[in-house]
Design a protein around this ligand. Sequence first.
Ligand SMILES: Nc1ncnc2c1ncn2[C@@H]1O[C@H](COP(=O)(O)OP(=O)(O)OP(=O)(O)O)[C@@H](O)[C@H]1O
Ligand SMILES: [Mg+2]
Length: 497
Amino acid sequence: MDFQKQSQTDESLQALSEIAQVINTIQEIDPLLEKVLEIAMETLAAERGFVLLKSAKASLGFEVKSSRNFSDNQLGDLTRISTSVVHEVLANGEPLLLFEAQKDPKYREQESIVLQKIQSIACVPLRIKHRQIGVIYLDSLTKRSLFTRENMPFLTTFANLAAIAIENAQFYQRLRDENRRLRTEVQRIHGFDEIIGQSPKMRQVFDTMSRVLDSDASVLIEGESGTGKELVARAIHFNGYRKDKPFMAFFCGSLPESLLESELFGHKKGAFTGAVTDKRGLFEAADDGTFFLDEIGDLSPQIQTKLLRVLQGGEVKRVGENQIRKVDVRIISATNKVLLELVKQGSFREDLYYRLNTINIQLPSLRERQSDIHILAHHFLDKFTAQKNQHIRGFDKRAIECLKRYAWPGNVRELENTVERAVVMTKGEWITPEDLQLPQDSTELVQTGLTLEEFEKRLVQKTLEENTGNISETARGLGVSRRWLHYKIKEWQLPTK
Ligand SMILES: Nc1ncnc2c1ncn2[C@@H]1O[C@H](COP(=O)(O)OP(=O)(O)OP(=O)(O)O)[C@@H](O)[C@H]1O
Ligand SMILES: [Mg+2]
């Protein structure tokens, strides 16, 4: 091998190793194409060049993605060259080498004028298996035989490597776009920033909420005290199409019955002692908006009947009046009792129950979504340290354990209060179990009068419940092996997922 050939081979290998590195490092399509072009042009000492990719959207069926040393007014030429030379390469999948191209009878007159200025052209397909995804085009305006047949094996191999890299980058780009789309979708689905929770049960809640935002369907929110019922009701209103209209929150247990009726439905002057003027009720005031009836289970039968009329036909009747007025309100109600139980006991109208319960949202207690305790605690910690301008780094390990172990009868509200108190009480940078001041017997489990086995069974059962039947999580929480847990579950016939 003579010296010149050897040095050419070295250069070729150098370029091939460079493209291999490009494959591993550049994931973005545009910089990748630029790099591919740069390597190709430098290695073959080309004066101009472009990379073009097939595109179903482009009118010619391909699109120049990256080009070098073409001035703006040459871009027209570039497309014209593309139509002839490029089409040929794309169609045949074979590299093309042209010298004195203008004399080639294959090219039409107009093309020849363009080609006249070009002394030599090398054009190779970017190929994945037998599919052409584009081409690399190089040319020279000054040198007649800049590209030689010896260049072609290198250029072809190089183009094959580049093609894989390009396809990977396109794939990566599609994934990223998809990811971004899904992320905005999730945000849209639950743009409920103030409601914290990632547990499966809360995801279910967000999912239901997002489905009912733009509808008028009545929503009944059930959940223990402090689980966020009002928060959810507000979020539904303020993310829905009625958001610019009134949101009226009304606590049904707050007033004696007679006053309650007039408050909700209004009254006519003289309807009762003290009714000195006509007064419109809250339902009328909430027209076009959302009415949130909190503690709905406390309503008297008489008010229940009147409420049913609002739900059935949007009709309200002021106390002491016969005239029917129309209102358009969306009803969201909440209760920490099990409303269906009240129906069974006969203290709540069944027809009203079904009207209120078109959409049902069950808010899980904090015990049912243990995995959220951690993030909720940090959320409140951030909130109160910012509010009180205090520097606290976090909860120490034991404090986290305490938070997780505690039964939280008051749910999120209790957790919120606990964290606020701890922020006030703590003297250090880390919140300790002592700062939390949680009741010691909080696990509810330690009680005398049980056999050890019975105690063991209850503990396993409760931990299983907390982990929604997940064996691995339960075993980890209890510090036992999965095998032991399986064995006990079978022995005691405990329900799992
Ligand atoms: N998922 C949550 N993320 C953040 N804060 C929450 C969450 N759930 C509840 N809270 C907070 O906890 C407190 C209690 O919430 P809310 O008043 O909505 O509960 P509730 O279910 O209506 O309680 P009650 O039955 O006692 O009326 C509020 O300060 C609320 O902001
Ligand atoms: Mg409430």
